[in-house]
Design a protein around this ligand. Structure first.
Ligand SMILES: [Zn+2]
Length: 458
């Protein structure tokens, strides 16, 4: 009796630590199926090539909601739309030239949310800074009436050592808040060096926001090549004058939607493992890496589970979030709805995929210590796809951040990040940057992890 109890306890402990054999074998099936029969690339090809750029509020973003909803339904899934009001910012004309240097063209793009310049543009001297401290030291006397040029490059050592997202977080602050900081000292516009790990003279857009206490001034990003040009001219001690024309508009908010579909759990259907990516993209490219890839990984996970007839004990809910790029309204709408229904803590995990589709290297997760080690062991079946490593991180995704901030365990899929910011938010974010095999590997990793957690719990 004692012996058999000990044996039972040992088996129970092994299952708790390493997951059930049943779950492991189903995860194996999911991986095998996805690696051999993936339709993720085909789905992504429609989203990017047939529908195109999907900026929030645009006609294409609406088409993407309709098409993904219909496609999921065609696959036998009960897809629903969760309505959400989103910003509607429209890029206009964008033009920059150095009037001080023979009207050489400066390749630049408006930052999302920027106001327009006057119709005939702004012409002003350019003053370069690399930090807010430098800006403050120059003060109003030097800054007033000028175009502030924030020139801080991404830390390429960090990028090359796999810390590209940390390098991005560091460099992106001037894009987010640089215009208002410059306006505080009387600047007439601000232009940043694109937040980029590589460039073929492609400007990188992205969201900016105004501090309501400061005057609003136009904000743009120039390519790293153009930033280097302006820097070299200023370093020669020359006066650099830029003519800048931007004509974006902020139109009234538009109703859009998150697209939600799920595989209901067989034993605990009210307990949810959320998998999410975002359906909207910037307008310059077709949003293949950001985040068409993530959106189709979520769709494909549901398709594969349905196709294989695998129903885990807990619900796997796929969410295609709207408006991650310039507002996060979809992420907040999802959370607020869950909170109103007191369902936030029914989410046992939130897994986000918004980092492209280079070959997978692992997951970041809010799990730490023993829970992190246990996860690494439980997910050992994923090592068949690639050497998947789980690493602790406070932030595991933007759309799921309201959930993880409320204490829901978070996961973020990490494809090799070293070239992600070469293309991120540029006209070059297009389908040709996606390797179908790596996309399937990422999908297999996402699907297997979601299934293991939904079957055996966390
Ligand atoms: Zn994204």
């Amino acid at each position: 009796m004692i012996r058999s109890y000990k044996r039972f306890a040992a088996i129970a402990a092994a299952v708790l630590c390493s997951g059930s054999a049943f779950a492991q074998s189903n995860a194996d099936r999911i991986i095998d199926y996805e690696l051999a029969n993936s339709r993720a690339y085909e789905t992504l090809s429609h989203l990017t090539d047939n529908i195109g750029p999907r900026l929030s509020g645009s006609k294409n973003a609406g088409l993407a909601v309709t098409w993904t909803t219909k496609t999921l339904r065609d696959w036998g899934l009960n897809a629903q739309n969760q309505a959400v009001m989103v910003p509607h910012w429209v890029r206009g004309v964008e033009h920059g030239s150095l009037v001080s240097h023979n009207d050489q063209k400066i390749v630049l793009t408006a930052l999302g949310g920027s106001i327009a310049t006057p119709a005939n543009g702004i012409t002003a001297d350019v003053i370069e800074v690399a930090s807010y401290d430098e800006l403050a030291k120059l003060g109003r006397a030097k800054i007033a009436g000028k175009i502030v040029f924030y020139n801080r490059a991404m830390d390429m050592q960090m990028v090359e050592s796999g810390q590209a997202f940390a390098a991005y977080s560091e460099a992106v602050e001037f894009r987010s808040t640089g215009a208002s900081h410059a306006a505080e000292y009387g600047a007439v516009a601000s232009v940043i060096r694109s937040v980029a790990s590589a460039s073929l003279r492609t400007p990188h857009t992205g969201a900016m926001r105004y501090d309501e206490k400061q005057p609003k001034i136009p904000a743009a990003a120039m390519t790293t090549e153009d930033a280097d040009l302006v820097h070299r001219l200023l370093a020669k001690g020359e006066r650099v004058r830029l003519h800048l024309v931007l004509t974006p508009k902020t139109l009234p908010d538009v109703e859009s939607a998150n697209v939600i579909a799920e595989i209901r759990g067989s034993e605990h259907p009210d307990e949810v493992v959320l998998i999410g990516g975002h359906l909207d993209s910037w307008d310059l490219g077709t949003g293949a890496i950001d985040d068409g890839a993530g959106a189709v990984m979520v769709m494909e996970t549901l398709r594969v589970l349905k196709e294989l007839g695998i129903q885990p004990k807990r619900t796997i809910r796929g969410v295609l979030f709207m408006n991650e790029e310039n507002g996060l309204r979809g992420g907040h709408k999802y959370f607020d709805t869950a909170a109103a229904r007191e369902e936030v803590h029914k989410h046992i995990a939130a897994i986000e995929t918004d980092a492209g589709a280079a070959p997978p290297v692992g997951f970041i997760t809010t799990l730490e210590g023993a829970a992190l080690s246990r996860m690494q062991i439980r997910a050992r079946v994923l090592s068949r796809i690639a050497p998947i490593v789980f690493t602790s991180s406070k932030h595991t995704g933007a759309d799921t951040s309201p959930l993880t901030d409320a204490g829901v365990p978070g996961f973020g899929l990490v494809p090799d990040p070293r070239h992600y910011f070469d293309f991120h938010h540029t006209p070059a974010d297009t389908l040709d940057k996606i390797d179908p095999k790596a996309l399937a590997q990422n999908t297999a990793a996402l699907a297997a992890l979601a299934y293991l957690i939904a079957e055996d719990g966390l």
